[in-house]
Write a protein that binds this ligand. Sequence first.
Ligand SMILES: [Zn+2]
Length: 173
Amino acid sequence: MEPRLNIPVGSSPIHRVGLGTDLHRLEPGDRLRLGGIDIPFDRRLCGHSDGDVVIHAVIDALLGAVGLPDIGERFPDSDPKYRGADSRTLLAQVVAEVEASGHVLANLDLVIEAERPKLSPHKERIRQSLAELLKASPDRIGVKAKSREGVDAVGRGEAIACTAVVGLTATSR
Ligand SMILES: [Zn+2]
């Protein structure tokens, strides 16, 4: 068992804050990969690695919080190694780097913006998946889903976007 930060959410002092945003276009497919889970849908996210826009936003928030280069520099899409890569593997590497920097997740809050499919039935699974990947308890993670009311590329159902904010607590300094 990995050790977990065993103090109540309300009493964790935040030492670092990170922000990440991402957007991926949709193309015909049979499932959506969001937050490390697969959601049945007639479109898929395309782009860098598996296109998991949620994990990419979380990775950028974590990297930013500890002052490391962003996801594009860390896992360049020009490198064939990352083509079709499972974003969960990339996140695991970043979580290890965050731990090595002497920090642990205090909380993660994210907003997923999608016109379709309706994400509310899947929010809890996404939360559990992220909790597992981040080695954190689910009560440290907030998942919100919104639509853009038919406005812009996300609103027209051509893309899905995600914004993530993380707070980190220092473990060793
Ligand atoms: Zn991305």
